[in-house]
Design a protein around this ligand. Sequence first.
Ligand code: ZN
Ligand code: ZN
Length: 419
Amino acid sequence: MSTATLSTKTELTFEAKLDRLAEVAVRVGLGLAPGQELLMTAPIEALPLVRRITEHAYKAGATIVTTLFSDEESTLLRFRNASDASFDKTPTWLYDGMAAAFRSGAARLAITGANPALLAGQDPAKVGRLNVATSRAIKPAMELITRHDINWNIVAYATPAWAKLAFPQDTEEVAVAKLWDAIFAASRVDLPEPVVAWKEHDAKLQARAKSMNEKHYAALHFRGPGTDLRIGLADGHLWLGGGTTAGNGVHCVPNIPTEEVFTTPHKDRVDGSVTSTKPLSYQGMLIEGIQVRFEKGRIVEAKASKGEDVLQRMIDTDEGGRHLGEVALVPHSSPIAKSGLLFWNTLFDENAASHIALGQAYSTCVRGGDTLSPQELAAKGANESLIHVDWMIGSGQIGVDGITAEGAAEPLMRQGEWV
Ligand code: ZN
Ligand code: ZN
């Protein structure tokens, strides 16, 4: 790194970096097109970033920017006071409205920053019921997102509750400052020209995905402590990395940050055992030490050292909850992994380690997937589910082989690094 970069880093104020994050979200993350509407969701604490994104969006030509705020205190008040029947209900009209906005051309931006342990003390049955109700109602809107019909993006805001979980030894003020430093670094906004830096990074990830696509592997084989897992890949699977051109023709980088190349596994061709290498926050509850065994694509045994009941409920959401919908490769030297931090937030932790996701597959990770019917996608091995939960299985001790159609093993990663 040049000294010019270092001096730029120290000269930028927090306000300047927050503004750059907003600019990266609008220009790189969304690639927002003039004349587009923007629908944003955000925790109420993220108002300063929401306003900056709103400003950049209008400057980029947005027609209407609408933000839906969530408030965690209000969520807790529901769990403490609402009737039992409340937990099977969700504002379907709101999610229908979101889907309608996307269909009429709106882009979607989500600001993440929720307290990863918000619902840790609540009844897991109620949390599970509420999630099923919400997942069903939001499905039409989510399909437009997972199919990449529209341009979308997720960025992060350092809320105090999240910061305290990531930096438990520090005071709230110090923890928030440290989490912001980590978010700004991972989001590349402390580099001299973040938008240019993102274009270069995007090109590197696209090149990595291209080289994986040229291999046409039939399967991947992960080996490491507690892991010996063979993941068959979907027929006609496509590796993606960095940005994608959405169905509406806009090039977007859906995750800021992103370090992964990922594809669709075959839902019925996964065999062996796998152990998680990082804990996971799922719906405001924590799961640690996951150990799972697959047979013919299906989880037949699942354990966790903490939050096992949450894990069981998660995989019991529907049949697809027991099958894989994504496999992603991330080198152990990714900048987020090098930070050595555990974020308790999937947007960051999944970009620090190779990972798998249980549940819904991305149809964009199947060749011609956007034109295939659900039955045709399933026939190629793409999984369907109400959930899509990424969890980390990579580390500095993991080796990955690519298995060719003829059954030969080619080394892809050793000690967590690309060969
Ligand atoms: Zn992923
Ligand atoms: Zn995922």
